[in-house]
Design a protein around this ligand. Structure first.
Ligand SMILES: Cc1cc2nc3c(=O)[nH]c(=O)nc-3n(C[C@H](O)[C@H](O)[C@H](O)COP(=O)(O)OP(=O)(O)OC[C@H]3O[C@@H](n4cnc5c(N)ncnc54)[C@H](O)[C@@H]3O)c2cc1C
Length: 425
């Protein structure tokens, strides 16, 4: 009897799982299924979580920058790994349109509140109440997943967090909820630009952005990439060009066969799928590119139209390319201030700055989905045991959602084959 049980458990354990991509999604899943093989094309794990080290400055994030304290899976990972995190200070924030301020955050909270009420009436308060309720409802997903349950599609996920019964277009949603037009065009659009580099989004992405705007933001000291413990991941540094589904229902990557495959990256032309329903269609999806520059220098007042002195975060509402300038430190690089500059495409830095030196540049061709395309596919399992984890990014893109989706897929795999799992998240 014991022999048979052992054999059964060996058989169960021998079920092979492949994960393509070692960003936070693939890494979280591999932590839950330690026997999984993770393919990663880059020389290190992390994907869209990465930073650059600048002398005199702590890690400067040029991908995923912040999380909020309600992000339970990010927080749990931080605690498990004994990492330290700090509150990000937006400092003096200004929103600029037509080369003029539309909003300028003062030092005093009271003045800020008065300004908001004066400019936008009750809309900021309404928006805050909505985001508070979103956070309360969102908690249900953790109880659900931690009890070992799983959702089968994204509609079920939205039901759990009580966002299934809403208008999917964010503008329509805001209008329906009595949010003032001017507040939408100035404040909401500015935060969307800063966070997603685009204004036209679905309601889930919009609400997640607003939750971020109304709550304190945090980053991990030394870089958010420490959320991923590469040493514990069974990673093969190879780019996967093709995934085949075989007659026997298994999947082939290079010369290896797997029972389960989880694609944990946004799909583009780099990767093809043989005999796997719908997946090749994702190759032609357009993503939002994001150019991130780390620049030392002096911002040109002529270009900006307003005096940039003393401003820490400047969001530009109406520039075709430039969306945000963020002061990272004062006089820390050869006597110059360092800025993180974000654009939609290549930026003419010699116009934006009176004088400048590029310290670092990163082009994200696929930073996020373009949410206006209404990419939402509610499915994420396209063939039996073949999962596209990043389907969830059709809703919104952030570390926590990706970790939630990884946990959900782990629960499915666990239920199906009773794999020996590592301690849960
Ligand atoms: C500029 C920017 C700012 C952001 N800011 C925030 C923020 O402040 N807070 C937040 O929560 N989120 C933020 N995000 C979003 C967040 O970074 C992503 O949602 C999250 O990191 C995605 O993780 P992932 O593991 O799903 O994908 P990725 O991080 O993209 O990982 C996919 C991995 O797969 C690898 N890969 C791709 N193709 C192949 C292949 N064919 N074979 C093998 N490996 C492959 C890639 O090299 C990569 O390492 C930001 C994103 C960007 C770009």
């Amino acid at each position: 009897m014991i022999f048979i049980l052992n054999l059964l458990s060996t058989l169960a354990y021998a079920q092979r799982v492949a994960i393509v991509g070692c960003g936070i999604g693939g890494a979280t899943l591999s932590q839950l299924i330690p026997s999984a093989v993770v393919y990663e094309s880059y020389y290190q794990c992390g994907g869209r979580i990465n930073h650059v080290l600048i002398p005199g400055l702590s890690a400067l994030e040029f991908g995923a920058t912040f999380f909020i304290k309600e992000n339970e899976y990010v927080l749990k990972q931080i605690e498990q790994r004994n990492l330290e995190y700090y509150k990000r200070d937006l400092g003096k924030l200004a929103i600029v349109k037509n080369k003029q301020f539309v909003l300028q955050k003062a030092d005093s909270d009271i003045i800020n509140i008065l300004k908001m009420v004066y400019n936008y009436g009750l809309s900021p308060k309404r928006m805050k109440d909505i985001t508070d309720q979103v956070l309360v409802n969102f908690k249900s997903i953790y109880t659900f997943l931690e009890s070992g349950q799983h959702y089968n599609n994204l509609n079920e996920f939205l039901q759990i967090i009580k966002l299934n019964d809403i208008k999917m277009n964010f503008t329509e949603y805001l209008n329906e909820n009595g949010i003032d037009q001017q507040f939408q065009e100035e404040f909401v659009d500015a935060i969307l630009l800063a966070i997603y580099n685009q204004k036209d989004v679905n309601t889930i992405a919009g609400l997640i952005t607003m939750v971020a705007a109304f709550n304190d933001a945090y980053s991990i000291k030394g870089g958010n990439r420490q959320l991923i413990d590469e040493e514990k991941i069974n990673v093969i540094h190879s780019k996967v060009d093709m995934i085949h589904r075989l007659q026997n229902g298994k999947y082939k990557i290079f010369n290896d066969e797997y029972d389960y495959v989880v694609v944990a990256t946004l799909v583009n032309l780099d990767i093809s799928f043989d005999n796997i329903r719908e997946m090749n269609n994702f190759q032609y999806v357009k993503y939002q590119s994001t150019y991130v520059y780390v620049v030392a220098g002096k911002i040109s007042q002529k270009y900006l139209g307003v005096n940039p002195e003393d401003l820490n975060t400047i969001i530009i509402l109406d520039d075709a390319n430039l969306t945000e300038l963020k002061q990272e430190c004062v006089k820390c690089f050869q006597g110059w201030n360092v800025y993180k500059v974000q654009g939609r495409s290549e930026l003419q830095l010699d116009q934006i700055f009176e004088t400048h030196q590029i310290v670092y540049k990163k082009v994200w061709d696929a930073a996020y989905p373009q949410f206006s395309q209404n990419l939402l596919k509610t499915e994420f399992e396209y063939e039996k045991n073949f999962f596209y984890l990043n389907s969830i990014e059709g809703l919104a893109s952030c570390m926590e959602l990706i970790m939630i989706q990884a946990k959900n897929i782990a629960n499915i795999i666990k239920e199906r084959h009773n794999l020996l799992m590592h301690e849960d998240l």
